[in-house]
Design a protein. Structure first.
Length: 424
């Protein structure tokens, strides 16, 4: 198989037109778009303030009165009941979440409106006036206090309804709420274990204003955006190139001669997958390095950042390799190279538009964004941008799983339709 891989590398590297398409053109476009649109992006850096509605479906005073009555019914001493009621507001999760969302540390990142009723908020969400609804349901405070002091299982929870789960701002909202809930549960557990001593230090709301989930200090620049956009777009051309070369080998009887030597067809197909995978990884690495050196695109990034970028790159390279096997199998099975020409001439452009290589498609339509995230390049571009913006790798993994699943499907179909015997 090494000889077949070496042959593919030499064939493509000696073809100046292929080198021009795979390396020169994307780099030129990165430079042009980066310089042309860099000023525009600098005027509006980062993610715009995220508008959300906090709907309080409960009245805290009523919840507190009901809980006080419950304690009396349970026979708690009056002194203890008074102490609990006095400290209830300080440890009430609904109040703490409200204070967190309105804290100055989140100003400019999240804009929380608290005057909505639930039906009004749902209409505002539908009209794109807000990005999410966080609902504190009825009896939430009562249930939480009962869980803390009476060891009862709570039957209600905070509800989060987002406009588009795939959007990065939805990930930000989810991360803030999840972090709040986890921290509150953790501190409550400590308080219960220490007999209530730690209740007073429940949750430090200052910790929720950090940029662990949203990197507002390092917004995506024009060079970063178009380096990723052009790289994932032109990586798809590798699949068409490898497939087209495979068809030429069939037409010039190279494939037949390989079969005569005892080479198995499936090994030939696997060699195309490996070739496309390695070529794609090299192409992306070269573009990222050149952009980083000349335009300082990824300056001052940590080792973990590059490790995550490498995982995403390898996943995408495997996907492009699987696409190459599928195109090769179709071309050889039906003895027609039209599939490679159609893919490079039209499908890549459509995928690039849907995936956001030319412009952020979420600004056009959430539907287009959703469709784009089901293309290999779109899903990977989302993963790259989420990593650049500082989201945790757990938030990125769904897109990686998606492209790897695509790879399995493409390879399975390619193996199924690839000719199992010699071709004339």
């Amino acid at each position: 198989m090494w000889n077949m891989l070496k042959k593919d590398f030499l064939t493509i590297s000696r073809d100046r037109s292929e080198v021009l398409v795979l390396l020169v053109m994307p780099f030129v476009l990165i430079a042009i778009l980066g310089f042309a649109l860099g000023g525009i992006n600098q005027e509006n850096q980062g993610i715009a303030e995220i508008p959300i509605a906090l709907v309080m479906s409960q009245e805290f005073d009523q919840e507190l009165a009901a809980f006080e009555q419950r304690l009396e019914q349970e026979g708690f001493p009056i002194e203890m009941i008074n102490q609990v009621i006095e400290s209830a507001e300080a440890i009430d999760p609904a109040t703490m979440l409200k204070d967190l969302l309105l804290t100055p540390e989140l100003e400019g990142t999240i804009n929380t409106e608290i005057g909505y009723q639930l039906t009004e908020a749902q209409q505002a969400l539908q009209d794109d006036e807000i990005a999410a609804i966080i609902t504190i349901p009825d009896q939430f405070s009562y249930q939480t206090l009962s869980a803390i002091y009476l060891d009862e299982e709570p039957k209600v929870s905070i509800e989060v309804l987002v406009q588009d789960y795939e959007q990065i701002r939805s990930d930000v909202i989810e991360s803030v709420v999840t972090n709040f809930v986890d921290q509150y549960n953790f501190e409550t557990s400590i308080a219960l274990a220490t007999g209530g001593e730690a209740i007073e230090t429940a949750v430090n709301t200052e910790g929720f204003g950090e940029t662990t989930y949203l990197s507002t200090q390092e917004p995506v620049s024009a060079f970063q955006y178009y380096t990723i956009g052009m790289a994932v777009m032109f990586a798809l051309y590798v699949a068409a190139t490898v497939s087209s070369n495979a068809f030429k080998e069939k037409e010039t009887h190279v494939f037949a001669r390989l079969m005569v030597t005892g080479e198995k067809p499936i090994r030939y197909l696997i060699s195309k997958a490996v070739s496309a995978t390695v070529l794609t990884a090299l192409q992306l690495a070269i573009l990222f390095v050149l952009s980083g050196v000349l335009f300082q695109t990824f300056a001052n990034q940590s080792f973990s950042f590059w490790l995550e970028m490498s995982v995403i790159t390898l996943s995408f390279a495997l996907t492009v390799g699987s696409v190459a096997t599928l195109l090769t199998a179709i071309a050889l099975q039906f003895n027609n190279d039209a599939i490679s020409a159609t893919f490079s001439g039209g499908v890549v452009t459509i995928f690039a538009f849907l995936g956001g290589s030319f412009t952020p498609v979420e600004q056009i339509s959430p539907v287009i964004r959703m469709l784009g995230n089901w293309t290999p390049n779109g899903a990977v571009m989302t993963a790259y941008l989420q990593t650049i913006q500082g989201l945790s790798f757990d938030a990125v993994m769904p897109m990686i799983y998606r492209v790897l699943a695509m790879s399995i499907v493409f390879i399975s179909v390619a193996v199924f339709i690839f000719p199992k015997r010699r071709l004339a």
